[in-house]
Design a protein around this ligand. Structure first.
Ligand SMILES: CCCC/C=C/CC(=O)SCCNC(=O)CCNC(=O)[C@H](O)C(C)(C)COP(=O)(O)OP(=O)(O)OC[C@H]1O[C@@H](n2cnc3c(N)ncnc32)[C@H](O)[C@@H]1OP(=O)(O)O
Length: 280
């Protein structure tokens, strides 16, 4: 089990609001967690080059970071990326292409865990989307309560474009934000929205020019709840999200995933897609 290292020092994020305050760090190579001592808000930053693709190790560390945020009783959490142009490229295709079956099972179980913890968290959450957010990257952002994005990027659930099917809990997560018809269209098309279009339809709440501004806007959002009793807020949020959370039958979902990924035509599609990414 991964244990985050916790030290206390000044934030290196010079120029951002966070830099003014001493921060507590709970960091690993793949996920950095910084808690601002003044606001009590944790910034969880994904840091897996080149594109924050979600492999088993990154998912495990995200899961531990979410536990740490919960345990520390942080005022809220902002999810961000250390990369300049990518928030997260979604699931790491190498986990699903010609997979090791035991690892594949662990991989999916950990993804379920991360979603249950993030979407079902009692603490306020916001995503500072400072880069592209396809598929699983979009899922992480949508699991938060507020999204702030930089211009000229893309976000969406593009699974059908890869010849795969987004699980129903990916769909429920989008349905928590957008009208059902919009979700059906977006998913059947495998649509990637520009930042601007995502903002127009409400998938993204605000557009800002820099990562620092995105962090500041996310902080403002979380601070809206400063005077709302924590427990009442948490139970209200969880009550809104309960139906989606309870719909996930983890075992059945795992069996379905394993079955689908191992289908020869899915393997072929993933292989071709991975090659096309490499040729780019
Ligand atoms: C069966 C049920 C499963 C259901 C659920 C699936 C959900 C998913 O999340 S599936 C994954 C879907 N993800 C994508 O389609 C995103 C693919 N990537 C991109 O569109 C782009 O990489 C980007 C827009 C995120 C970034 O573009 P950029 O130009 O900056 O970088 P690239 O040159 O494209 O990539 C750099 C490097 O990274 C590799 N890579 C990119 N995405 C992935 C990925 N998802 N998994 C593994 N590896 C990835 C890419 O091949 C490049 O590698 P090389 O440097 O070795 O060529």
């Amino acid at each position: 089990m991964f244990l985050p290292r916790i030290v206390k020092r000044m934030s290196p994020l010079l120029g951002s609001r966070m830099s003014l305050n001493a921060c507590r760090f709970a960091s690993t190579d793949l996920v950095r967690t910084e808690v601002d001592d003044k606001t009590g808000i944790a910034v969880v930053t994904m840091n897996r080059k080149p594109v924050n693709s979600l492999n088993l190790e990154l998912l495990r560390e995200l899961s531990s970071a979410l536990d740490a945020v919960e345990k520390n009783k942080s005022r809220g959490m902002i999810l961000a990326s250390s990369l300049d142009t990518v928030f997260s490229a979604g699931l790491d295709i190498t986990e699903m292409y010609k997979p090791d079956q035991a690892r594949l099972k662990d991989f999916w179980t950990t993804l379920q865990e991360v979603w249950l913890k993030l979407f079902g968290s009692g603490f306020p959450t916001a995503a500072a989307i400072n880069g592209h957010a396809p598929a699983g990257g979009c899922l992480l952002a949508m699991s938060c309560e507020y999204r702030v994005m930089r211009p000229n990027l893309t976000i969406g659930l593009n699974e059908t474009q890869l010849g795969i099917v987004a699980p129903s809990w990916f769909m429920s997560t989008m349905e928590n934000i957008l009208p059902r018809r919009e979700v059906e269209l977006a998913l059947t098309l495998g649509k990637m929205f520009s930042t601007e279009k995502a903002h127009e339809i409400g998938l993204v709440d605000e557009i800002v020019d820099t990562k620092e501004e995105a962090l500041a806007k996310c902080t403002e959002f979380i601070q809206l709840f400063a005077r709302v009793p924590r427990e009442a807020r948490a139970l209200t949020k969880q009550s809104f999200r309960r139906e989606a959370l309870q719909k996930l039958d983890r075992d059945q979902d795992l069996q379905m995933f394993i079955y689908l990924v191992n289908q020869p035509q899915v393997q072929k599609g993933l292989g071709l897609y991975f090659e096309s990414l490499k040729k780019k």
